[in-house]
Structures are given as C-alpha cells and as structure tokens.
Design a protein around this ligand. Structure first.
Ligand code: MRU
Length: 367
C-alpha cells in the first residue's frame, strides 16, 4: 500500500541482499521512520518493543530474524537458539510459531553451506504468500461489503474495526482492511469507525494513519463508543483481525474485541473476523482456557505518548502515582459471537466443521 505516496510493504530485503528493512511503528503517526535489521538481536528487539507488531508481520520478521541468525552461524545450535529467542518475544500471536516452524523445516535438513540461501528463500516466500492471502481475503470480504452497499443506495457502508489489522500489521494489504481498501478502490462509498484501542492506541495511531494515506474516510472513536453507534444504526458491519483462531473458531484478538462482539450481537450487527490460515491454531480448541494472554508493562496503561503543539513527542502519566494497573493485551471472543471468518478460502462458519472443511490438510495434521 502507499506511505507518503510511495508503494511500500511493511518489511523488505534491502539492496545489499541480506539486511532487512521495516517501518518503526512506534514512531507513527507523527514520523515515518524505517529501520534496518542486521542481527538476530535486532529482530528480537523489533518484535519485543513493538517496532513491528501485528500477528502476520511478527511472523515475517521472525522468519528474517532466523535468516540473520543463520548468516552469522549456520549450525544446528544457532538455529535452535534463534528459534527459542524469537519464540519468547510475544506469546499470543500464533503466526510467530508457525513462521519459525516453517523456517526450521526449510533449513534443518540442508547442509550448512546451503542453509542461509534456503532460509532467505523461505522467508521471501512467507512474505509473498502473506500478500497473496490478504488479497484473497480482500476479494472474499469485498463481496460482503458489496452486498451491504447494494442496500445503502449510495450512502457509505460504515465498518467498525479494532486495533490495527491493516497493511502495517501484515506484509501488505492487511487482513481486516483488505476488503475495505478493495471496496474503496472500486468506488464503493465506505467509512470506517476506528477504535482508538487503548492502551497502545494502535487504532488511533496506525489504522487511522494508513486509511488516511490511502484516502479512505474514517473517524477515530474512543473504545467505548462502538455500542452506542450500533444502537443507533450507525455501524453496518464490524471487521477485526486476530492473533489466533482455535480449531473450534474462538477468536483471540486485541483487548476489547470481545466487548465489541457482544455489542454487535445485541444489535444484530454482523461481526466478521479476517484471518490468514497461518493464524489458525488447530492444536487448541477452547480459546478461553488454552490461549496464553500476554500481559504487558504497566507503563503502557499508566502513560500516553503524543505530539505537543510545538511538535515534540512527549509521554505523560495519566494514572495517579501508586495506583495499581493491569494490562491484558488480548481477549477471546467465543465462536458463537462471530458471524463469519473471512479467509483466503472463503467466508467460513466459525466452527470446527467450518474450519476443517476449508483447511482439511491442516485440521487433520492438528498443527
Ligand atoms: O499487540 P498487537 O498490536 O501486536 O496486536 C495486534 C492485533 O491484535 C491485531 O488485530 C492482530 O494481530 C491481527 S493483525 C492482521
């Protein structure tokens, strides 16, 4: 998609053929800063500090982190150390483990001298595959938007989204945003309600930025506003992303997603989840008990960062000194609250049967 008018992906191989470029998402929306990753430690730091974030991009960055580690040392030991270091960065998004398993499978049986090239090949494929998957998600989700647009007589279709499941969170296009970008590009009138997504404000900072860069009309709202809008008929559909979907269709996503799904159910607003198949974890069933929920640092909750009137980036405390804070990064929306799962293989019923029918090769292998 476009950043400052230039087509760009969120991760790329630099002209030197080995170092890795990414966008520092902690600087957005106020500054567009790119990073160069040259070591395993760089990749670990980028994921841990959320310079890169979003389930598919975490996976892609980890894949290139493995390349950088093997470039320094192609031994079995190095491979296992890199895998462990990258796996420990973020616990909830399953794309991380998926990408590391893919990378290990691609290099493990190769002689040492062939490992680096094999790793770079597989990492590039993972990235290209993510783009193709998101385009397919876009085409499948577009049909849902078109159906609503047909009833709206030229009035904009109002879509609510939470967190950032846009191109910044993937390699390109995004998951939740792919149908939105395609609808916009086709001339369908569309408007997006963007949940600010406290505490890190991925909606206000990232989703709003990328929609604005592409010219999509949007309005940033406080996280608690969605229910009110739905009660007043101001939301036609919700589309969110996800960090992990279980075999029975439970959806783990950024904290606050569950409350939006409850409000959507109460107001008959269709609630869709867009996901690439690497986000499905067929090894777990009950999302509530089986998915580890990341608890993040207190400072994310007790402070806010923004730009002052004279252009300085400042962080201010918004909680009294001494108050305890809790910062749960994700929640689980049970499958019964989800209208459909928008995948590269179609819009699926959120159930064991729906997922297994669409991905029999993965459901059978339970991994
Ligand atoms: O903590 P984050 O910012 O990595 O969380 C991101 C989300 O919850 C996204 O919605 C999810 O990863 C889907 S990204 C296509």
């Amino acid at each position: 998609m476009k950043a400052n008018g230039q087509s760009t992906r969120s991760i790329w191989l630099n002209a030197d053929g080995w170092s890795v470029g990414t966008i520092d998402q902690t600087a957005l929306p106020h500054r567009f800063v790119t990073l160069t990753l040259t070591t395993l430690d760089d990749a670990v730091h980028a994921i841990k500090s959320m310079q890169v974030r979003g389930a598919p991009l975490i996976g892609a960055t980890a894949a290139y982190g493995m390349c950088l580690a093997l470039r320094a040392d192609a031994s079995d030991d190095s491979l296992e150390r890199a895998r462990a270091a990258l796996l420990s960065t973020r616990p909830t998004a399953i794309n991380l483990r998926w990408a590391l398993d893919e990378m290990a499978a691609a290099v493990r049986n190769q002689p040492r001298e062939a490992r680096v090239a094999a790793a770079y090949r597989r990492a590039a494929e993972i990235c290209d595959q993510d783009v193709a998957i998101n385009q397919a998600i876009g085409r499948n989700g577009l049909k849902l938007i078109e159906a609503i647009a047909a009833r709206r007589n030229g009035q904009p279709v109002n879509v609510l989204t939470h967190c950032n499941a846009g191109w910044l969170a993937t390699v390109d296009w995004g998951t939740a945003t792919a149908p939105i970008y395609m609808a916009h590009d086709q001339g369908i009138a569309i408007h997006v309600w963007v949940d600010e997504t406290r505490p890190r404000n991925q909606g206000a900072a990232l989703t709003a930025w990328e929609l604005g860069q592409h010219g999509v009309k949007h309005t940033v709202i406080a996280d608690n506003t969605g229910g009110h809008l739905m009660q007043h008929g101001m939301v036609d559909m919700a589309i969110v992303g996800t960090d992990r979907v279980t075999a029975q269709g439970d959806v783990c996503n950024k904290i606050g997603t569950y409350l939006k799904a409850l409000a959507a159910k109460d107001n008959n607003v269709p609630f869709y989840v867009a996901l690439p198949s690497p986000t499905i974890d067929f090894s777990v069933s009950d999302g509530l008990t089986e998915i580890p929920i990341e608890q993040r640092g207190a400072e994310e909750q007790s402070t806010m960062t923004g730009r002052t009137a004279d252009g300085r980036i400042e962080t201010v405390r918004v909680v009294p000194d001494g108050s305890a804070v809790a910062n749960y990064g994700f929640d689980v929306t049970p499958a019964r609250l989800v209208t459909g799962l928008i995948t590269e293989r179609g819009v699926l019923e959120p159930s064991r049967q729906g997922l297994a029918r669409a991905f029999p090769e993965r459901a059978g292998a339970r991994g």
